[in-house]
Design a protein around this ligand. Structure first.
Ligand code: FNR
Length: 344
């Protein structure tokens, strides 16, 4: 991504806000009036692949590549350090191509030397670029983002999507850190998740629709030339259900993350109960940081942790693993979707 574009993305993401329906309205948690647990027994730690997280919430990939974005990354990293959240940086390709801007990403490691930091590149990256991205941050893991529709909407965007799986497979095999593949807000369906599983991907962020909407952002940047694509994609709850089905059918062990339009503890709890091991939040955290400051972001995360503990107490689940064993009821659109797609 060129540098001005990154700032425009921040600007439009803040202006447009979340894009609507993340699908979790159709996921109903069940109360437990005999929970047999006390709130101080609730543990929020989780695992994704080989990584242990002290919180199931992560600050998902957003930015880097210019002075202004360095400031954003610094403030997000302070919040990550103070709350124990893992944090991903935005695509590092600009720093791979122009090492002068590497400091706008490295600031994240500088302010949070012991935290979990994830690097980020697109699927066009080579193994060598992946290694450089990891080294740049001493990253604990590397995210590879998929954003086909965003590229297609941009006149200058990529049009060549051959060889993605082969390149990702090589990065998974040859990069010395765990690799997570993520969508940026258009979601994933079973068939795509099955392809990722087939090349050995062990961490998948379904990145569904319902939050930051890159079709709407790219359209807003140039007067809605393709406004008809603004509701492209699969919402986060449905993407998660599709991914769970793929993992179930493959009978394999893959950690799922749910990102896309999540801003409240209740949706975090729904995603975890459905089967996600962690939840990513991007736009909602960016908005709090930019409009209210870093202290407010730290308070927001602390409140979400408290609210999550409250919900887990009300469901009688002492851990993220226990939450996953609790039943949920799926109604409305996700229920109809699952029945049309043969998802049980
Ligand atoms: C993003 N996102 C993103 N993802 C990625 O993998 N690499 C990137 O460089 C970016 N850049 C970026 C910039 C801005 C300003 C935002 C808000 C988001 C996508 C992000 O990680 C996430 O998948 C989506 O934003 C959906 O989550 P939310 O925003 O609905 O919580």
């Amino acid at each position: 991504m060129r540098i001005p574009r990154k700032l425009e993305h921040v600007h439009h993401a803040l202006q447009l806000g979340p894009g609507g329906n993340n699908g979790f309205g159709g996921v109903k948690l069940l109360p437990n009036c005999l929970p047999d647990i006390s709130s101080d027994q609730i543990a929020l730690k989780s695992r994704i692949g080989e990584l242990t997280l002290s919180s199931p919430i992560i600050i998902n990939a957003m930015t880097g590549g210019a002075n202004e974005t360095e400031e954003i990354n610094r403030e997000l990293a302070i919040a990550a350090r103070e709350t124990g959240l893992a944090m991903a940086v935005g695509s590092q390709m600009s720093a791979i191509k122009n090492p002068e801007v590497a400091s706008s990403y490295q600031i994240v490691r500088k302010v949070n030397p012991n935290g979990l930091v994830f690097g980020n590149l697109g699927s066009e990256a080579t193994v060598e670029q992946a290694e450089r991205a990891v080294e740049m941050l001493r990253a604990d893991a590397l995210q590879i983002h998929l954003n086909v529709m965003q590229e297609l909407i941009m006149p200058e965007g990529d049009r060549h999507f051959t060889g993605m799986l082969e390149r990702i497979g090589a990065i998974v095999r040859q990069t010395g850190v765990p690799v997570m593949v993520k969508e940026v807000g258009f979601g994933m369906v079973r068939e795509s998740v099955e392809s990722l599983i087939s090349i050995g991907v062990k961490m998948i962020d379904v990145g569904g629709a319902g939050g930051t909407n890159f079709a709407a952002i790219e359209n807003a940047r140039r007067g809605q030339p393709m406004g008809w694509l603004n509701d492209w994609g699969c919402n986060t709850a449905i993407s998660l259900l599709e991914a769970i089905e793929a993992i179930h059918r493959a009978n394999t062990d893959v950690s799922l993350l749910a990102t896309g339009g999540i801003s409240h503890a209740v949706d975090v709890c729904k995603a975890l109960t459905l089967g996600a091991s962690a939840v990513g939040i991007a736009g909602a955290f960016l908005k709090v940081q930019r409009t209210k400051g870093t202290a407010a972001l730290i308070e927001t995360v602390a409140a979400m942790h408290d609210e999550l503990r409250l919900l887990m107490t009300a469901m009688g689940a002492g851990s993220i693993g226990a939450l996953r064993t609790k039943p949920v009821v799926i109604v409305g659109e996700p229920e109809r979707w699952c029945s049309a797609r043969g998802i049980s």
